[in-house]
Ligand binder design. Structure first.
Ligand code: SF4
Length: 364
């Protein structure tokens, strides 16, 4: 993957994400403060629970321990009692230890840079970036699960997002996009966008302001991103290829988007995340490609299954001899049949031609 070409070719989503945020954000109390103690509390609590339940704990902690001095002076039992119900008690102990360190070493004043914040117990890259950007305007992107998902989908990143290589690509994109004049708003906006708009299941792509630039959406693969290492999420996709022949020419398409087939040739297709009836496929094709004549199949389509690392492709090749050429799209062209074998094709298309094609197979 050419990282820089990929990031640079995508229009920066910064303005669109920020304007979406201004219309859609939830009014959460930690968004109205630049006090690092309150922001730190909210982040530690939200690592442990969802926003609704987190709100209750956030208010409880601030009521019981209004300042970092109060938290540091509390007994461990009092802190654990306040934390009760959230589980994972080592987080509560880290919280307490950090409050004590801030009081003892920093005289109650939180460090102001992400690098220094990371010296505190339980404060990792994400929390440090959140506090430093929200409270001190440091131009440091936050990378949580929500942000990871948005970026992985926008760029259709094939590297596992939970591996250093995938994380590096995501951070490089975020560093390009973050608005250094107001890093807090960009960070808040892209996190909220992931939480409410680009959700893990059923992202709201139909009403998404980034849809036109979203690679995963263009590839109809939103559910595949972010790619996770170790666990292979195999999703099914149905591809209905139209192999159109007209007077010794065939219409081919070059894959222009990123992905393992980038640059290779195949045929125009209707892609779907569910099985479609042949009538439905033909109707879809006629509408999409403005074909007015009724289409009748002369031979049964060829069906092939092809396994990729994260996808099971159910391919159907529909061969048609057409009486006139349809207009080629930007990534398509009509070529002479005999020129076909000079093109680079995927293993799937090669299998179809070598073993099954009625029309192209006769070229040899
Ligand atoms: Fe997320 Fe869909 Fe928008 Fe892409 S188009 S960013 S997948 S909501």
């Amino acid at each position: 993957m050419n990282l820089w070409a990929n990031i640079a070719s995508l229009m920066s989503p910064t303005a669109a994400v920020i304007s979406w945020y201004q219309c859609n954000k939830r009014d959460l109390p930690w968004r109205f403060t630049r006090d690092p103690y309150s922001v730190w509390l909210s982040e530690v609590i939200l690592q442990q629970t969802r926003v609704n339940q987190g709100l209750e704990y956030y208010h409880r902690f601030l009521e019981l321990f209004p300042t970092v001095f109060d938290l540091a002076a509390a007994s461990e039992d009092e802190v654990l009692k306040a934390w009760q119900g959230l589980g994972y008690y080592s987080r509560a102990r880290n919280l307490h230890a950090t409050a004590k360190k801030v009081v003892e070493i920093y005289e109650g004043v939180f460090p102001t840079t992400s690098t220094d914040l990371k010296q505190l117990k339980g404060v990792g890259d994400y929390t440090a970036a959140a506090i430093a950007s929200f409270c001190f305007d440091e131009c440091e992107p936050v990378l949580d699960g929500n942000v990871q998902r948005v970026v992985a989908r926008l760029l259709a990143i094939e590297e596992p997002a939970d591996k250093p290589s995938g994380k590096a690509i995501i951070m490089a994109a975020l560093r390009e996009w973050i608005d250094c004049k107001n890093p807090a708003i960009f960070n808040q906006a892209i996190m909220e966008f992931g939480a409410l708009q680009c959700t893990p299941q059923n992202p709201r792509c139909e009403v998404c302001p980034l849809q036109a630039d979203c690679r995963a959406f263009a590839l109809k693969r939103t559910s595949e991103f972010p790619i996770k290492s170790g666990k292979v999420n195999v999703t099914d996709v149905w591809m209905y290829y139209f192999v159109l022949i007209h007077r010794g020419e065939v219409l081919v398409r070059q894959r222009v988007h990123s992905g393992i087939w980038k640059g290779l040739y195949d045929f125009p297709s209707i892609d779907s995340n569910k099985l479609m009836a042949m009538d439905e496929v033909l109707e879809h094709w006629c509408v999409e490609r403005k074909v007015n004549e009724p289409m009748a199949l002369r031979s049964a389509p060829t069906k092939l299954e092809h396994i990729l690392s994260h996808r099971r492709v159910h391919a159907t090749f529909i061969e048609l001899v057409v009486s006139k050429k349809i207009e080629a799209l930007e990534s398509e062209k009509w070529i002479q049949l005999e020129d076909f074998d000079t093109l680079g094709v995927s293993r799937l298309v090669d299998r179809y031609i070598q073993e099954h094609s009625q029309l192209l197979g006769r070229m040899e």
